[in-house]
Design a protein. Structure first.
Length: 294
């Protein structure tokens, strides 16, 4: 049986993508435990609906939402500032927002949409709130990823990391997924002895609308998959609240809560290179300190 933190009611959980899919599943489970949860929603209407549904189904009326377009760095920064104005602590950041895009499109900030939403948003939200996480320690960053069978031999294409030159929806999604895992490992290395830990996890098959923009035949497959999908995410909740993982740092968990080695994505050179590119793409380093990337 899972051992949960005794002070879960006094801990603050921020969940990106908390209105559907894995984010919704984690948010609902945490709310049932009495946690104070804050979900990130694409717009006010969806946020209000999600918070209302959580209160009705769990009896927890302390759920809150903040609005952010995860494809836009300016929106993420505004959301992060709003969070810091409203809350004094952040104990768990769950990076679980995402979407699948089947056509190449650039955001108004010049970033490929899939890479912006499925990877850079996680990098930026984490860095914007990192000081608060450190001040609130012990705290955790948990980041969703894919199935281990897709990750064991994963390679990040640093020559075309946003997949703009040879775009396909599934390949772009995979590259962002690989980047999330490598980011999580690198984040863990940078967080050693800070009181903050970072892990990545595979959520298993959870009901979602990730492929809402897919061609009809993929949507049909998605509908069939959703029939056998879960509406909860045990591993995500476990990593957010369990005492026995409080000090575990820099690992990947599969959906059975087993630690899986992913040597290609654990490589320190890969992590450092990805971090440097991510800093440049999000303007987290001053121009004089930036280095060109391939």
């Amino acid at each position: 049986m899972m051992e949960t933190s005794t002070d879960v009611r006094n801990r603050v959980f921020l969940i990106t993508g908390g209105t559907s899919g894995v984010g919704k599943a984690i948010a609902s489970s945490l709310a049932r435990r009495g946690a104070r949860i804050v979900i990130v929603s694409r717009n006010q209407e969806r946020g209000e609906e999600a918070v209302k549904a959580i209160a009705e189904t769990t009896g927890n009326d302390r759920a809150d939402y903040l609005v952010a377009d995860l494809s836009l760095q300016s929106s993420i920064r505004n959301m992060s500032e709003a969070f810091k104005r409203k809350y004094d602590h952040l104990h768990v950041l769950a990076n679980v927002g995402g979407a699948v895009y089947f056509e190449k499109q650039l955001t108004s900030e010049g970033i490929e949409q899939s890479f912006a939403v499925n990877y850079l948003s996680h990098f930026l939200v984490t860095n914007e709130l990192l000081d608060m996480l450190k001040e609130s320690g012990p705290s955790r960053v948990i980041t969703v990823a894919g199935a281990p069978r897709f990750l064991k031999n994963a390679q990040i294409d640093f020559e075309d990391i946003q997949q703009v030159n040879k775009f396909s929806g599934m390949r772009a999604t995979a590259q962002a997924m690989f980047a999330r895992v490598a980011f999580s490992y690198e984040l863990a290395r940078r967080l050693e002895r800070t009181g903050v830990t970072a892990v990545a996890f595979h959520p298993g098959l959870v009901r979602s609308n990730l492929i809402r923009t897919a061609p009809w035949f993929i949507k049909l497959y998605g509908k069939l998959a959703n029939r056998r999908a879960k509406t909860n995410c045990e591993v995500g909740v476990h990593l957010a609240v369990a005492k026995d993982v409080e000090t575990i740092n820099g690992v990947f968990f599969d959906d059975t809560m087993q630690i899986m080695p992913l040597p290609h994505l654990q490589d320190e050179q890969v992590g450092r290179r990805l971090w440097s590119i991510s800093e440049e793409l999000t303007s987290l380093t001053p121009p004089t300190a930036r280095k060109p990337h391939p």
